[in-house]
Design a protein around this ligand. Structure first.
Ligand SMILES: Cc1cc2nc3c(=O)[nH]c(=O)nc-3n(C[C@H](O)[C@H](O)[C@H](O)COP(=O)(O)OP(=O)(O)OC[C@H]3O[C@@H](n4cnc5c(N)ncnc54)[C@H](O)[C@@H]3O)c2cc1C
Length: 570
């Protein structure tokens, strides 16, 4: 017999006592519904039902809609209140595996929905972003930028000279900020959710809804370490996998033997190297390359594809190449590494570029060739959770895996590896897993940022993608020297490129390369998401002496020569 669950629904549209009867009847008509009631009468706007666990939320909503009302699932619990009451106090309604941003968002949502939640983390609370990703990288970028600006010749209007950067101090400041933000955004936030138990340990699935946590764990709910010889078993009602990803290196001969820096270790180097090779010119590689170059390291970036930032618009890649080279970074593209070795303490990379054999050497080697999901040795296959070619958890549009008890969110699903996407996905997965909310995961409208200086900020389709998809493409490219903000800031590096559907005049894509370009892009994301036309953007007043005004100028550039405009994009 299927397991029984209790659901509470929010019902809209009931205006009289007979409405309550209609809603109850509609709910009882769904296969698998055992009992349905509108307690407290039609004014309560709610219904409670007892169902087989196989009943989908969509079927309930459809039946109520058919009767002329609307209903959404508010809470969904196994019979007996929660697994915790069945499991003698050690069970959970939701077990989230992974204590990063995606896992935290899932756990908090579960608690807000009224469930008993556990979050399991094998390493440092907070996961990648705060400890070894966004936070340390962005604060280092800011530190070296300040140093660079103070001494840089190419910024007209700034006349200071640079001293030596104090690398140990920069690293200490970074570590302090990471500690503070981890405490404020993870440890202290967790303390505000007593319904969430933090379990330190490594989790693996055992069967359909079983989770085994490594015995050396510490269960904060019980406030005592587990017996180290023990492995503890749980049977939560639902599981969310939010185990993130880790740096991945290609199988280049010699690479594994010589060892190398990853983004994690490169963000924690105690001594500033004199020279560094950076393999891979995507966001992580480029950001770290510029950090080290600005701190004083001689950096060579080696990229297999024909251009850096290879998934961005071509004009953006070309312009950024120029700016990085101006700062003294050597950029080598179309380079296929064939061998890595260590000679006299230096890393030596040999490879081919357009038929020529080239060799590069440096004191340090950073491999930044992508990240792969953390799914190994977690019993996923045996538990019926299917994985893709790169080890990513395969999910449907509601983030459910092939095992109906298990959902996944964040980097572990292998796409859009950004922290804001992980957090969005975590919350959505929790709602779907616990309440059968059936919400659709939609990460189509997001900004993608590379925090170099100038920053790459893009949204929607590139010109090439729009053409491939058969649009009648119109393009406007505006050099930043036409943006008054850039002129007064005496930094006119970069461009704004808009991709427009010539038939509907809708904005399809926006590609920005500009100092703090990330601050511009969300306006374009909103325009793309809500189908704004360039006409509507042109009619909207933008503030003068802001970089975002550049978006409007680029729109005007579709029809007019922006050099002939007076003040304020008029
Ligand atoms: C250098 C760098 C810079 C970045 N900069 C940015 C940025 O500026 N902006 C941005 O949006 N994104 C950035 N990112 C990406 C961002 O950090 C990730 O997208 C985000 O942190 C993913 O969150 P998550 O919750 O999916 O995974 P994670 O934060 O990685 O959390 C997963 C957690 O699961 C734990 N875990 C794994 N397996 C198990 C197991 N079996 N049992 C228990 N625990 C387990 C891990 O220890 C980890 O703590 C950056 C990434 C890097 C590497």
């Amino acid at each position: 017999m299927a397991k029984q669950e209790h659901l509470e629904l929010t019902v809209e549209g009931m205006t009289c006592p007979s409405c309550a009867k209609h809603v109850e009847k509609a709910l009882r008509s769904v296969d698998g519904v055992q009992e349905a009631e509108v307690p407290g009468g039609w004014e309560s706007g709610r219904a409670t039902i007892k169902v087989d666990s196989t009943v989908e939320a969509e079927a309930l909503s459809a039946a109520v809609k058919e009767a002329g009302y609307s209903a959404t699932v508010k809470t969904r619990k196994p019979e007996g209140g929660s697994i915790s009451s069945n499991g003698g106090g050690s069970g959970y309604d939701l077990m989230v595996i992974g204590g990063g941003s995606g896992g935290f968002a899932a756990a908090i949502k579960g608690a807000e929905l009224g469930y008993k939640v556990a979050i399991v983390e094998e390493s440092t609370i907070g996961g990648t972003c705060v400890n070894i990703g966004c936070v340390p990288s962005k604060t280092l970028i800011r530190s070296v930028e300040a140093h660079h600006m103070a001494g840089h010749h190419s910024f007209r209007g700034i006349h200071t000279t640079s001293g030596q950067i104090s690398w140990p101090e920069v690293m200490d400041d970074k570590d302090n900020l990471v500690d503070e933000m981890r405490q404020a955004k993870y440890v202290d936030v967790l303390a505000g959710y007593p319904e969430v138990t933090y379990i330190k340990g490594r989790a693996r699935l055992t069967g359909k809804n079983g989770v085994e946590i490594d015995g050396s764990s510490f269960d904060s709910a019980q406030d005592r370490p587990f017996d180290s010889a023990q492995r503890k078993q749980y049977a939560p009602f639902r599981i969310i996998i939010a185990t993130g990803a880790q740096p991945w290196a290609p199988p280049i001969p010699g690479l594994a033997e010589v060892g190398y820096l990853t983004s994690t270790t490169a963000l924690d180097l105690k001594e500033l190297p004199k020279s560094m090779l950076v393999l891979g010119a995507n966001a992580v590689g480029l950001e770290l390359a510029q950090i080290y170059a600005r701190a004083g390291t001689y950096v060579t970036v080696l990229e297999l594809l024909p251009r850096i930032a290879p998934f961005e618009d071509e004009e953006i890649s070309a312009a950024l190449t120029g700016y990085l080279e101006d700062e003294g970074i050597q950029i080598v593209t179309g380079f296929q590494t064939s061998q890595v070795a260590k000679q006299d303490g230096r890393y030596v990379l040999t490879g081919m570029q357009e038929g020529d054999e080239l060799t590069f050497d440096a004191e340090r080697l950073l491999v930044a060739t992508g990240r792969r999901p953390n799914t190994a040795n977690m019993g996923l296959g045996e538990a019926g959770v299917r994985l893709g070619k790169r080890g990513e958890v395969l999910v449907d549009e509601t983030l459910r895996t092939d095992n109906p008890f298990v959902y996944a969110a964040g980097d572990v699903i292998g796409e859009d590896m950004f922290v804001y996407v992980a957090a969005y996905a975590g919350g959505l997965a929790a709602e779907n897993a616990l309440n059968g909310a059936g919400k659709i995961y939609d990460a189509n409208y997001i900004a993608r940022i590379t925090f170099t200086d100038p920053q790459i900020a893009s949204a929607g389709l590139t010109e090439a993608q729009a053409q491939e998809q058969g649009y009648d493409v119109k393009v406007s490219t505006l050099p930043m020297e036409y943006v008054p903000r850039a002129l007064v800031a005496r930094d006119t590096r970069g461009l704004i490129k808009l991709v427009v559907d010539g038939e509907t005049d809708r904005l399809l894509g926006a590609h920005v390369l500009a100092p703090e370009g990330s601050e511009i892009i969300q306006t374009a994301v909103m325009a793309i998401r809500f189908g704004l036309t360039v006409g509507q953007m042109r009619e909207t007043i933008f503030p003068y002496l802001t970089n975002v005004e550049g978006l409007k100028l680029a729109v005007i550039g579709l029809e007019k020569d922006v050099a002939m405009l007076s003040c304020c994009a008029g």
